[in-house]
Design a binder for this molecule. Structure first.
Ligand SMILES: *Cc1c(COP(=O)(O)O)cnc(C)c1O
Length: 453
């Protein structure tokens, strides 16, 4: 197995090939080889290549409810759920039926449709801070444009973001922190001129004092503070009590906009998103994932006077050939309809809480240094003893131990996110039995891990 041509040259630390053999991945191995001939890394989005955990990513043939099935006939209980959009599970009958009917009427017109108003009204009703919304095709587009809009509205150039928060791959947002509390943004990827990122200021998550410091150091220069109100792209890291309220106060006090990136949390941790739970009204909100119901949709919205600066109402340009297309709108509308039914979020909470409890017990029994971070149906098992409150503490996690955990889960039929720094997603399709099976598999997986010496 280790000499297989599909294996990465250098195995990640802690990687044990025998656990990657699991069941039959024969066809997936062939496809991965073929894929890498035509697609960089064999994939269209990096995390899918399993680089952090090694081994062959199963190629998926179909999904139903909480399960996915690979090309070799393996069945997995899925906790990736397309990285968040599939909060109803795979191929939800109501979504599928509506899509079938929509596709017969036409996939895109490049002209207005009533469906766009329907979904816009649902979004504005769910999140009162959003008076107007613009649909785009991805979360990246949403955050990119929200920043352009914030800069236009305030006439300022600088943007503040938090280390470990991911806002898509727009040039100005692919900046990370160096060391120190207040750091000028450095590009996180080749191909981004340093000048593009120099107006991006990066501070630690959950550190309102650092943000205060930024406003003192750059008075009247910061257009916006953008934040994941519950961070979920360094693993799940909830905000400390008062953190979001401080951001609201600091931005309002200095004429800067507060942008909530709720691409993951919107319609996920509550119907009204994190802003409903923490009772904070941001100036702009970015959405994606769940609102597309599994089709490519992003959105940004907020206060009317800001949104009316967007073309054609105003001078800030943003457009999209397929934006608001009928298929995407239909999947979003049907998904939100199901989520709007009484009890939906209670069920998500109950199932995710049961999963958390089961894994926590297994962690305690195994004596492994790990802790579980959960916000609603988002959950991360961090393999570290210390509390995780920001990117620095998240990075203390033992990724080698995570890798062993992941591989043992996978071979036990559990498709967990293939990286320590991602959230697992529980859907409405996950049954009590799914949760029980997952807890059992995690008991086995954790029981076989040796605590770091
Ligand atoms: C996924 C994500 C994005 C980017 O969305 P894409 O549709 O992948 O471009 C932006 N912000 C957050 C918080 C996300 O989780």
């Amino acid at each position: 197995m280790s000499s297989s041509p599909t294996m990465p040259k250098k195995s990640p630390p802690g990687y044990q090939p025998e656990y990657a053999i699991m069941k039959e991945l024969k066809r997936s191995r062939e496809l991965f080889l073929d894929a890498r001939r035509y697609l960089p890394g064999g994939v269209d989005s990096p995390v899918r290549a399993f680089k952090a955990v090694g081994g062959t990513p199963p190629f998926i043939a179909r999904g139903r409810g909480s399960k996915i099935y690979d090309v070799d006939g393996n069945e997995f209980i899925d906790y990736v759920c397309s990285w968040g959009p599939l909060i109803l599970g795979h191929t939800h009958p109501q979504v599928v039926e509506a899509l079938k009917q929509a596709v017969e009427r036409g996939t895109s017109f490049g002209a207005p449709t009533e469906l766009e108003i329907t979904l816009a009204r649902m979004v504005c009703t769910a999140m009162p801070s959003i008076e107007m919304v613009r649909f785009v095709n991805s979360g990246t587009e949403a955050t990119m444009t929200a920043l352009r809009l914030a800069r236009a509205f305030t006439g300022r150039d600088k943007i503040a973001k938090f280390a470990g928060c991911y806002h898509g791959h727009a040039d100005v947002l692919l900046a990370k922190a160096g060391s120190g509390v207040v750091t000028l943004g450095l590009p996180d990827s080749p191909g981004i001129p340093a000048s593009y990122a120099q107006d991006t200021l990066v501070v630690p998550y959950n550190d309102a004092h650092a943000v205060e410091g930024l406003f003192q150091r750059y008075p009247e220069q910061i257009a916006a503070v953008i934040v994941e109100p519950v961070a979920a792209n360094m693993g799940v890291v909830p905000p400390r009590p008062g953190f979001l309220a401080s951001l609201r106060k600091l931005t309002a006090g200095s004429g800067s906009l507060l942008i909530f990136d709720e691409v993951i949390t919107g319609f996920r941790i509550a119907y009204g998103g994190a802003q409903a739970i923490y009772d904070i009204a941001p100036d702009l909100t970015c959405l994606g994932k769940v609102i597309g119901g599994g089709l490519p949709v992003g959105a940004y919205g907020g206060r009317r006077e800001i949104m009316e600066m967007i073309a054609p109402a105003g001078p800030v340009y943003q457009a999209g050939t397929l934006s608001g297309n009928p298929l995407a709108m239909t999947a979003g509308i049907e998904t939100l309809k199901v989520l709007g039914q009484p009890g939906a979020y209670q069920q998500l909470e109950d199932r995710a809480a049961a999963l958390e409890k089961g894994i926590a017990e297994a962690v305690a029994r195994a004596g492994v240094p790990a802790q579980i971070s959960r916000a609603g149906s988002l959950l991360t098992v961090f393999f570290t003893a210390g509390p995780v409150v920001d990117y620095e503490s998240a990075k203390q996690a033992d990724t080698a131990m995570f890798t062993r955990f992941f591989q043992r889960l996978l071979s036990g039929g559990i498709y967990w996110p293939p990286s320590q720094f991602e959230a697992a997603f529980v859907s409405l399709a996950h049954s009590d039995e799914d949760i029980e099976l997952t807890v059992k598999a995690s008991q086995t997986a954790l029981g076989s891990l040796k605590p770091a010496a």
